[in-house]
Write a protein that binds this ligand. Structure first.
Ligand code: SF4
Length: 302
């Protein structure tokens, strides 16, 4: 079995910067304790566990605004790479919290674009995944009667926009261009003069294009990434839909099953932009072991 290590894969600059900031905060004795992260710093439990060992508490499972209420006055809070709504920043300041902001610059750019388009009188259609923190933060940049979260073609066909308002369309950074095409086409069929802004970031796009290219030449794609990682789930989706190959997501080497590789002659391995390199390396090592066992069996029987 041949193993194709897809590049680029793994950590993007936004994730590297966020983790570096969190570790720097944890190592600074002058930073007020306790230290919290508002949501998972990136969607990967291995990274969350690493930060926990440094004494950083991850708050999760509710809206950013609600989570903020759990942070004691005077302690430290880190905003994640996904960004937060202005209301969250204002509340953190009002409560006297010591704030560090790890928002990725690509997410900040979308927030600024929303502000600009609201100032120009547009109605925003934000294409994103409901319940994910990035849309929660981005949609918080606009008054609630000037923005709608669009998750599907059906949403695009049913959304109500006030008469006479021009629509501006933006996408979450970790979607795929193939996902969004049908939704954007539906929006354009209803709002022909809509302004379209593709906000899928370069890191997401280049990883997806590399996975799709590799998928066309292999029997199986293995994506290493957390179940909550939007960009990892998209890598599976584009490998199957566009690359036309079977694709499987695993969180670590322990998830791998040898039976997946029966009759597989070529496997491609990639990982989401929130997946630590050492986790992907251990997945590659495990598959390599099975590949060499497989080839030695072939050699001994010939
Ligand atoms: S996936 Fe893109 S937007 Fe998200 S942190 Fe990485 S570079 Fe930034």
């Amino acid at each position: 079995m041949d193993i194709v290590k897809v590049t680029p894969r793994g950590y993007c600059y936004g994730v590297v910067d966020a983790i570096t900031l969190a570790k720097r905060v944890a190592s600074d004795p002058n930073v007020p304790r306790p230290i919290f992260v508002l949501g998972q710093i990136v969607h990967n439990r291995h990274v969350v566990n690493q930060l926990s060992e440094l004494g950083i508490v991850t708050l999760d499972g509710a809206s950013r605004l609600d989570l903020l209420e759990q942070v004691p006055v005077g302690s430290t809070i880190i905003f994640t790479a996904h960004g937060v709504a202005p209301a969250v920043k204002e509340r953190a300041q009002a409560r006297g919290l010591n704030v560090y902001d790890a928002t990725c610059p690509d997410v900040t750019r979308t927030h600024e674009l929303i502000q600009q388009k609201i100032a120009q009188g547009r109605f925003i259609l934000y294409i994103g995944t409901p319940g994910h923190p990035e849309p929660e933060g981005a949609t918080g940049e606009a008054p609630s009667n000037r923005i709608a979260l669009i998750a599907s073609r059906e949403d695009a066909m049913s959304v109500e926009v006030p008469t006479g308002m021009t629509v501006a369309v933006m996408t979450q950074t970790t979607l795929s261009q193939w996902d969004t095409q049908a939704i954007i086409a539906a929006i354009q069929s209803r709002f022909p003069d809509a302004e379209i802004f593709n906000e899928i970031c370069m890191a997401t796009q280049s990883r997806q294009e590399a996975a799709v290219n590799a998928a066309q030449d292999v029997d199986l794609v293995v994506v290493v990434g957390d179940r909550r990682s939007n960009n990892s789930n998209r890598l599976v989706e584009v490998s199957e839909l566009i690359g036309k190959t079977r694709a499987i997501r695993v969180e670590s080497a322990e998830d791998l099953k040898p039976e997946w590789f029966v009759n597989v002659k070529r496997v491609a391995i990639t990982s989401g932009s929130s997946t630590p390199t050492e986790i992907t390396r251990s997945v590659i090592q495990q598959i390599s072991q099975w590949a060499s066992v497989h080839s030695s069996t072939i050699a001994s029987s010939s």
